[in-house]
Design a protein around this ligand. Structure first.
Ligand SMILES: Cc1cc2nc3c(=O)[nH]c(=O)nc-3n(C[C@H](O)[C@H](O)[C@H](O)COP(=O)(O)OP(=O)(O)OC[C@H]3O[C@@H](n4cnc5c(N)ncnc54)[C@H](O)[C@@H]3O)c2cc1C
Length: 409
């Protein structure tokens, strides 16, 4: 059970949050009743709320602001699949299960793309995974085979074409996925909250939940009576129940481009070590680092990212970063998410965690499965909850670092 001191503390604003105005929602005050109480206003919570809004009364409680967590500060790449590379997914789950799970996330990815389009959110199509070495190239070939097996368009590129897209040096080839893309994730969260509220969801910000038991969900100055409770709180879940995930941090930087020709034409993932992805967002370059089990001091984060930029993009003239920010991730030892439920007479509780830094489409997919389960159809929920072997993370910190890098590779 959470005590007040364990309410999540606010994270410093991401660069996206500083770009545009956000709609604000009032704090919860007094007593409310609903069929479902969703805790957490990130992509997982908003996906659940949106999916249930038509048939159930829903209250959504967010400790800070909508999208203030990982969902509003991430790389903005909307990708299918899992943090686990496709060839490892097949090795772990077998071809049939791996393909079925992957295709579920592809559907969620497409749903998010449609949402972005409907809300006029600038969406940059295409994601290129670029390999700086032979190991990376070999992995791309295996991934391409998986994509072809599930009937998805994908293109293996030579070094020259990879360079034209990335504007970066040292890549031996790439894998172009035209069906994926990137956007401002904070704008997407705002759009989802707007749509959820329009569909009847009661959204409250600055409303941290401190207790949830016997169908009574409480925080300072409010209570919600609801028989169904959905925890969509990402790394904070471990304050509520024993968790099989490890908390990690990743950091990002936004830097103005000196000339537009320096900007890549789509999001680029690097299978090597160091900078894990970069892309244009407006007239800025956005960079994402690897993952660390501890919060790295800002000065080191900056040095790391600057060095990576210089190595790959010598033509790009590094400007002073507009903003450097970080965010939390929950990582599982097998890089697969954990979905769970806990049913008591007065309260049915559902949760999902462990998206391992690959969570936009995946958290939406998990959220949709939870919503269906709340409505009595548990097929997707049961299927997804059986994917992870739920082993405790006994790996040492260095191994978590390596896994984190893999997660973004
Ligand atoms: C820097 C970074 C870059 C990333 N890049 C990508 C990417 O490019 N593509 C991708 O697919 N994934 C990416 N990810 C991962 C992705 O952002 C996450 O997996 C996903 O956003 C998780 O969504 P969520 O809704 O579970 O969690 P969150 O977005 O963290 O939402 C949880 C919410 O719960 C709230 N909360 C917590 N406790 C309480 C409480 N007691 N009461 C009320 N509210 C509470 C929090 O304030 C928070 O807003 C990245 C993550 C980070 C950190």
């Amino acid at each position: 059970m959470l005590s007040p001191s364990l309410a999540p503390s606010a994270l410093p604003a991401s660069w996206y949050q500083c770009q545009g105005a956000a709609r604000s929602y009032t704090s919860a005050y007094g007593s409310y009743a609903a069929d479902v109480c969703v805790i957490g206003g990130g992509i997982m919570g908003l996906s659940v709320a949106l999916a249930l809004a038509k048939t159930r009364s829903v209250v959504l409680l967010e400790a800070h602001q909508i999208g203030a967590g990982a969902s509003g500060r991430n790389g903005g790449q909307i990708l299918p699949g899992f943090a686990l590379p496709e060839e490892d997914l097949v090795a772990k789950l077998g071809a049939y299960t791996a393909q079925k799970a992957w295709c579920m996330t592809r559907s969620s990815q497409q749903a998010l793309q449609r949402l972005a389009l409907e809300h006029n959110i600038l969406y940059q199509p295409g994601v290129l995974v670029a390999a700086p070495d032979k190991t990376g190239l070999a992995s791309l070939k295996k991934r391409a085979k998986f994509w072809q097996d599930v009937g998805q368009e994908v293109h293996l590129l030579e070094a020259h074409d990879t360079h034209s897209i990335t504007k970066a040096q040292g890549y031996m080839g790439g894998l172009l996925d035209p069906g994926s893309g990137s956007l401002d994730p904070y704008a997407l969260m705002q759009a989802m909250a707007f749509e959820a509220q329009a569909a009847g969801v009661q959204i409250f910000e600055d409303s941290a939940v401190l207790h949830a038991q016997h169908g009574k969900i409480t925080g300072v100055g409010f209570e919600v009576l609801a028989p169904e409770v959905v925890w969509a709180v990402n790394t904070h879940l471990k304050h509520w129940k024993p968790s099989k995930t490890q908390k990690a941090h990743t950091f990002m930087m936004a830097m103005p481009a000196s000339c537009p020709e320096d900007l890549p034409t789509m999001a680029v993932y690097d299978t090597g070590f160091g900078m894990h992805y970069f892309r244009a967002q407006g007239d800025h370059l956005v960079f994402g680092s690897g993952t660390s089990p501890v919060l790295v001091p800002k000065v080191l984060q900056k040095a790391w990212l600057y060095a990576s930029v210089r190595r790959r993009m010598p033509a790009f003239k590094p400007q002073t970063a507009s903003r450097l920010w970080s965010g939390p991730l929950d990582v599982t030892s097998d890089l697969l998410p954990i979905l769970g439920k806990d049913h008591h007479r007065l309260q049915r509780t559902w949760w999902a965690e462990g998206f391992c830094g690959h969570g936009m489409a995946l958290a939406h997919c998990a959220g949709s499965a939870v919503a269906e389960a709340v409505l009595g159809k548990e097929d997707a929920f049961s299927f997804l909850s059986r994917l992870s072997s739920h082993t405790a993370p006994s790996l040492c910190k260095a191994a978590w670092l390596r896994l984190g890098h893999k997660a973004f590779g």
